[in-house]
Design a protein around this ligand. Structure first.
Ligand SMILES: CC(C)(COP(=O)(O)OP(=O)(O)OC[C@H]1O[C@@H](n2cnc3c(N)ncnc32)[C@H](O)[C@@H]1OP(=O)(O)O)[C@@H](O)C(=O)NCCC(=O)NCCS
Length: 231
């Protein structure tokens, strides 16, 4: 097993490791996602993928990362995809000139409820970003529910910026759920801006207006429940 990162959990001081996993771990990931989803109060914050969908992503250039505790049980997972010119490429949802073949999509992340608060989402994000960079990809994308402050905070701390707000993941019985589309250009560390505005987290209408005027979401404050938009 290829260990990409190892450490000690902040809360329980238990040793953990982050490993890259193959197709034979997909079922375990699906089980962990089911476990996490069962407990969620706001189910629309997290749209699950089927085992077939995850397998297809992994066979098509994606990668799966798992966090294992000292008993080698999976306590968190994250997978990424390389959608190329398919309709799933989130570059289609933003107004930026992007080579579709340079895109990695950060797909789902979950942390087992008993292991929350150890920054495992941020840790697997760092691992996935390093992986994408080593493989020569330039752009990272992901979606986050505008209400999911925990995930939004972690993703934006990794340098991803809000570029769009729209409904995604429509099915026959649902016209989609609201999602921020976030983006990071691995080659650009600092983004310049002339104007900054701090907006209430709940004011999605104003955020949509600002995005349409060319602003991007730059940072989120979990304490003040605000997002800073810049242009
Ligand atoms: C989003 C998620 C991955 C974050 O987990 P994490 O990496 O353990 O979160 P953090 O370590 O950053 O937690 C920071 C704080 O928020 C709390 N927190 C994190 N997720 C929380 C949640 N869903 N509900 C309530 N509190 C939560 C932590 O307990 C911690 O509190 P503390 O500082 O008082 O100890 C996790 O909540 C989760 O699996 N959610 C369900 C699936 C999901 O939404 N995935 C993201 C979209 S794909």
């Amino acid at each position: 097993m290829n260990v990409l990162h190892a450490g000690r959990l902040v809360k329980t001081k238990e040793d953990y490791k982050v490993v890259q996993l193959g197709l034979d771990y997909v079922e375990e990931v699906v089980e962990l996602q089911e476990r996490v989803h069962k407990d969620m109060v706001h189910k629309s914050w997290f749209v699950r993928d089927s085992a077939d969908e995850i397998e297809a992503m992994l066979k098509n250039g994606g990668a799966l990362f798992g966090v294992l505790n000292k008993n080698n049980e999976m306590i968190a997972s994250r997978y990424i995809s390389t959608p190329g010119d398919s309709e799933h490429n989130l570059a289609h949802d933003v107004n930026l000139p992007i080579d579709l073949d340079q895109v990695v999509v950060l797909e789902s992340t979950v942390v087992h409820p008993d292991y929350r608060g150890n920054r495992l989402q941020g840790i697997t994000l760092d691992v996935a970003m390093k992986h994408a960079e080593n493989k020569g990809f330039r752009h990272l994308f992901c979606t986050v529910s505008p209400q999911n402050i925990y995930s939004l905070y972690n993703i934006m701390s990794g340098g991803l910026k809000i570029r769009s707000l729209k409904k995604k993941y429509a099915t026959t019985d649902r016209d989609g759920v609201w999602r921020f589309i976030l983006h990071k250009d691995i080659l650009i560390q600092d983004m310049s801006w002339l104007k900054r505005l701090e907006i209430s987290f709940d004011d999605l209408d104003l955020q949509k207006i600002l995005i349409n005027k060319g602003f991007y979401g730059d940072a989120v404050s979990r304490r003040a429940n605000t997002i800073v938009y810049a242009r």
